[in-house]
Design a protein around this ligand. Structure first.
Ligand code: HEC
Length: 210
């Protein structure tokens, strides 16, 4: 649409050198052009559990949907990070650790939340898609840092447990435009699943720490 307006504009300029009317032609074309959001909405259909509401972006997502060099900084970034921190829900019973074997399955499983997945089945965390974890697992992505030896290297002090829980709940608390899914905040993993993943990261018997 916009390209078409521009082509017409160049044509008009060449023929009549009427630059003023050319400018208004381009502006009109832009006003009539469908917005980016309309274009995205018209190309998706609701299917299964994947509803159109997934296209609605929250304030953080809107602020981060820009070229990297225009990402929020200073007070704007701080406001997003403080709001994210305020929404973190820590374990109700104060216990951070579940079962590392269950956590391993969650880390390895990429299923869940897609239209073709059964919403009654638990979601996976797909951690290996972005992180190295157990050193003997050779298939992993590198978008995130290696978590090999996580508990062994960092220990289990309260600040370390709170930091890691918060990372899993909503990584945007620490990095305003983080690429890590908001496992707690977005309701991807349950509290029990988060505890299982915590155990997988920290338990001395977990393959992550061998
Ligand atoms: C889509 C990619 C992606 C997925 C999936 C993902 N992460 Fe991350 N993770 C990242 C990135 C990128 C970072 C680096 C920092 C940032 O962006 O904030 C990170 C950072 C972390 C950190 C902090 C590391 C440090 O050095 O302090 C932890 C812990 C972590 N991830 C755990 C997990 C676990 C556990 C899972 C699965 C439940 C997971 N991540 C799934 C991308 C991902």
């Amino acid at each position: 649409m916009r390209t078409f307006g521009w082509v017409k504009c160049v044509g008009a300029a060449v023929l009549s050198t009427a630059l003023v009317s050319c400018a208004s032609t381009a502006a009109d074309a832009q006003a009539q052009a469908p917005s980016f959001d309309d274009a995205v909405k018209s190309s998706f259909k609701e299917r299964g559990q994947a509803g159109m509401d997934r296209l609605n972006r929250n304030a953080m997502q809107l602020a981060c949907s820009v070229p990297a060099d225009q990402s929020p900084t200073g007070d704007a970034a701080k406001a997003i990070q403080e709001q994210a921190q305020a929404r973190v829900v820590f374990p109700a019973d104060g216990e951070y650790f579940g079962d590392w074997k269950a956590g391993e399955k969650i880390a390895q499983t990429g299923k869940g939340m897609q239209y073709s997945d059964d919403p009654a089945e638990p979601n996976g965390g797909n951690c290996y898609a972005c992180h190295q974890m157990a050193p003997d697992e050779i298939a992993y992505g590198t978008l995130g840092p290696s978590l090999k030896g996580y508990g062994k290297l960092r220990g289990t002090s309260d600040p370390m447990l709170q930091y890691t829980w918060t990372r899993l709940w909503n990584s945007h608390v620490y990095n305003v435009c983080s690429h890590m899914p908001r496992f707690g905040d977005a309701g991807i993993l349950t509290e029990q699943q988060l505890k299982d993943v915590m155990a997988y990261l920290f338990d001395p018997k977990s393959p992550v720490n061998q």
